[in-house]
Design a protein around this ligand. Structure first.
Ligand code: ADE
Ligand code: ZN
Length: 337
């Protein structure tokens, strides 16, 4: 697939962790500015360490990298860098995760994080032509009490957040642990999503649906192991935010050619393609479209279906969603014409 459609098609990115867009060059620049020592001698040495064997081996580096973020300006610079890259990948709408607990753990206040990110997110449409929303994630390998306290911290900024999510180490931390937190979040008017079925079993996807009442499942690739779950996801049109390059780097699948994305689409699932932690996994949204197109021999019409799914699965208002879908149709027609 070399017609450029992977990049040219307008798309929504629904699964990207802002801390996972932290490129080594910027990590080093902010480390110097904030006088934080890094255990790596150079950008190249840091990048060379990006060899992962599973989710945890990645998370260890991910949390270490973000430790240089200290001020609202740091978070704003991180977000600005993401939008600049995303624009070149055809991203016209982004729903962006952030991990406040990972910053609070080193004394960075919720206010610092949200003020920095919001200063860029609120202006993203005007500055970069990309509409955007923020999704606050709870770290599932930390306590329920801490998640609840984080939710309380977020309440004064409720209108800057579209949804809450659940991420970090999956195995051993089922969604059911966070039922009360998610009840509270929904009562607050926030939508809910959760990482489930990345490394964890299909039962975690069931729990996310039944107990956390999520609108989307992040990853969800292991759902295919349970035919009844596939039926449920298909019948209720529950979106799955699939991250192909991430799945290869974290060894959820062996190679891209083995990726279950085509099987998901064949079974009628509302699958979308996303980047997860692009600075660590070797590609942003368009790069993920291009990589699956190449490895799996996807036609342009399938890429258009994936892009259309991304708008259907988004938290956009109906009118904005419809407008993006019309824009996608025009772009697709221009490519085939
Ligand atoms: N945090 C950042 N990336 C993640 C992933 N792929 N799974 C779980 N938590 C994450
Ligand atoms: Zn993720």
């Amino acid at each position: 697939m070399s017609d450029g459609s992977a990049y040219a098609l307008p798309k929504a990115e629904l699964h990207v962790h802002i801390e996972g867009t932290f490129e080594p060059e910027l990590i080093f620049a902010l480390a110097e500015r904030n006088r934080v020592a890094l255990p790596y001698q150079s950008v190249d040495a840091l990048r060379a360490a990006y060899q992962f064997t599973d989710l945890q081996s990645f998370l260890n580096l991910y949390y270490a990298g973000m430790a240089v973020l200290r001020t609202p300006e740091d978070f704003a610079e991180l977000a600005d860098a993401y939008f600049r890259r995303a624009g070149a990948q055809g991203v016209v709408h982004a729903e962006i995760f952030f991990d406040p607990q990972a910053h609070a753990a080193r004394g960075v206040a919720f206010e610092t994080v949200i003020e920095g990110l919001w200063s860029v997110v609120r202006a993203s449409e005007a500055r970069y032509g990309i509409s955007s929303r923020l999704i606050m994630c709870f770290l599932r390998d930390r306590s329920v009490a801490e998640a609840m306290a984080t939710l309380e911290d977020a309440l004064p900024y409720g209108d800057r957040i579209v949804a809450v999510g659940l991420d970090s180490t999956e195995s051993g931390y089922p969604p059911s642990l966070f039922r009360d937190v998610f009840d509270r979040a929904r009562a607050q008017g926030w939508k809910t999503v959760a990482h489930a079925g990345e490394e964890g079993p299909p039962s975690y996807v069931w729990e996310a649906l039944d107990l956390l009442r999520v609108s989307r499942i992040d990853h969800g690739v292991r759902s295919l192991e349970d035919p009844r779950l596939v039926e449920r996801l298909r019948d209720e049109r529950i979106p799955l935010t699939v991250c192909p390059l991430s799945n290869v780097k974290l060894r959820v699948v062996r190679t891209l050619a083995d990726h279950p994305l085509p099987a998901m689409l064949e079974r009628g699932l509302l699958a979308t393609v996303n980047s997860d932690d692009p600075a660590y996994f070797g590609g942003y949204a368009g790069d993920n479209y291009a990589a699956v197109a190449d490895a799996l021999g996807l036609r342009t019409s399938t890429l258009v279906e994936l892009a259309d799914n991304s708008f259907e699965a988004s938290f956009l208002e109906p009118a904005a969603r419809a407008a993006y879908r019309v824009r996608l149709e025009s772009a697709a027609a221009a490519l085939s014409g």
